[in-house]
Design a protein around this ligand. Structure first.
Ligand code: AMP
Ligand code: ZN
Length: 454
């Protein structure tokens, strides 16, 4: 039996029921990482949010199909069409090719996502792997009269799309009146955004296209990858609030213009992680990675617990004290779970089960869900409580094993997975052998792989 789930929709500004438009499977798209540097814990708040939605929907009885992009080309240092490609900046900084940069940071992202036990989408797709599809989509937009060519590239003409600005509530006419001079003065409006950039000769990442050599703009990859898996109907789209005013407005314009209908039904946005009540940013030098947290004595799982302590629609403040609190609470939780595992009392957990599912199905109220779990664990020691906790843990995603998998082992496992995907079976077999010598077994599953300590 399915539980009715209601999530806040940023587009309609109301809590609305989630259901699969095709009566079968909920289709969910999530904006993925730009793989030009180490992902920080703010980024991972966004992917824990995605994980939270995925696990909640599954818990509530829905089947789910998810897709996420990996941005490995075209994301400029500003979210609009200004600055340099982040991949090229990283490539100069690290004296590596943009391809090496992308490979390295994709692996770091996947490894860290695994350390956080994030339930990743079924389809994870680098932008550079869908260049022909992107070209076709841009051609489609041109044929439909939404895009035009200049000497610099192909642009989307926002004046042709009447709903532009609806998601973020911006008044585009007012904005246009006060606009700066456009970067490309051939653009019909400064807010027209680039779909395809004509590459200067020295630009490393470029592909043949009907408009000469070039590379895609940033926003188009999400419309195209969404289209590739889900066509003209996407039930849920997730991302950070920073994406609302530019990236998501542009995605909506591209997809809806292409299909002549509303493609994404439900938009969900995560508020930012702050540090010591201020903005966190790479340029401010106050971002932390999971490795930084480990050095401070916090395992990735503590950050997972910390994520549950605030609602996704509120900014969350990262402080050492809050993390210490999360660490202690998690430790207590695990100790109690262990005691319940061997408990002999009888406890009726049905009211807790109801309260828990009501909380998560009410726009992911994780602070309430956590409170229910804590209350239940205070019961007389009972296997019934243990069983109920195991069920709740499908959403919470904590590890109940004694032994955590070390990060060098996760690295090897991820390398093997990448080798397997690249059909380098010799390397994959060698890495499996190496893992086995180190005392770990790797098993392929439907969604990826599992590592266990022998
Ligand atoms: P990027 O790799 O820069 O494209 O960002 C990946 C994701 O992290 C996006 O969904 C952003 O909205 C999100 N993000 C970036 N910084 C933060 C932060 N401080 N708190 C929460 N989410 C963030
Ligand atoms: Zn996106």
């Amino acid at each position: 039996m399915k539980k009715v789930v209601k999530f806040y929709n940023s587009l309609t500004r109301k809590k609305e029921e989630i259901y699969p438009s095709n009566n079968k499977t909920i289709k969910m798209y999530s904006c993925g990482p730009t793989v030009y540097s180490y992902p920080h814990i703010g980024n991972f708040r966004a992917y824990l949010f995605m994980d939270n939605i995925r696990r909640t929907l599954k818990y509530c009885g829905y089947s789910l199909d998810g897709a996420m992009n990996i941005t490995d080309v075209g994301h400029l240092t500003s979210d609009a069409d200004e600055g340099e490609d982040k991949m090229l900046v990283a490539s100069e900084r690290e004296h590596k090719s943009p391809w090496e940069i992308a490979k390295f940071y994709t692996e770091v992202f996947m490894r860290d996502a695994k350390r956080l036990n994030i339930n990743l989408p079924e389809h994870i797709v680098p932008a550079t792997s869908v260049i022909p599809e992107i070209i076709k989509f841009v051609q489609g937009l041109m044929e439909k009269g939404y895009a035009y060519e200049t000497s610099k590239g192909i642009y989307f003409e926002i004046a042709k799309f009447k709903d532009y600005g609806k998601l973020s509530g911006m008044n585009i006419e007012e904005k246009l009146a006060g606009a700066r001079i456009a970067v490309d003065d051939k653009k019909r409006s400064p807010y027209d955004f680039v779909l395809w950039v004509k590459a200067p000769k020295e630009h490393i990442m470029q592909w043949d296209s009907p408009w000469g050599k070039g590379y895609p703009g940033w926003h188009i990859e999400c419309s195209v990858i969404g289209d590739k898996f889900f066509g003209d109907s996407i039930d849920i789209h997730t991302g950070g609030v920073d994406h609302k005013p530019v990236h998501h407005e542009n995605e909506i314009a591209q997809s809806n213009a292409f299909y002549g209908k509303q493609v994404v039904k439900h938009w969900m946005h995560l508020e930012f992680l702050q540090i010591d009540s201020g903005k966190m940013g790479k340029s401010l030098g106050n971002t932390y990675t999971l490795d930084d947290l480990e050095k401070q004595g916090f395992k990735p799982e503590v950050f997972r617990y910390f994520y549950f302590m605030a609602h996704y629609s509120k900014q969350q403040n990262f402080t050492r004290e809050a993390m210490e609190g999360a660490k202690n609470s998690l430790k207590n939780m695990k100790n109690l779970v262990k005691e319940h595992k061997v408990g002999t009392n009888k406890v009726d957990t049905s009211s807790y089960q109801k309260e828990f599912i009501d909380a998560i199905a009410d726009d992911l109220n994780m602070p309430n869900a956590l409170a229910v779990v804590i209350k239940m664990l205070k019961e007389e020691r009972s296997k019934d409580v243990y069983e109920a906790f195991l069920k709740f843990n499908e959403v919470l995603g904590f590890s109940l094993e004694e032994e955590e998998i070390p990060s060098d082992i996760l690295d090897l496992a991820e390398k093997r997975w990448q080798a397997k995907k690249a059909k380098d079976f010799t390397l994959a077999d060698n890495l499996r052998e190496e893992l086995s010598k180190k005392g770990f077994t790797i098993k392929d599953t439907r969604d990826g792989y599992e590592i266990t300590k022998n």
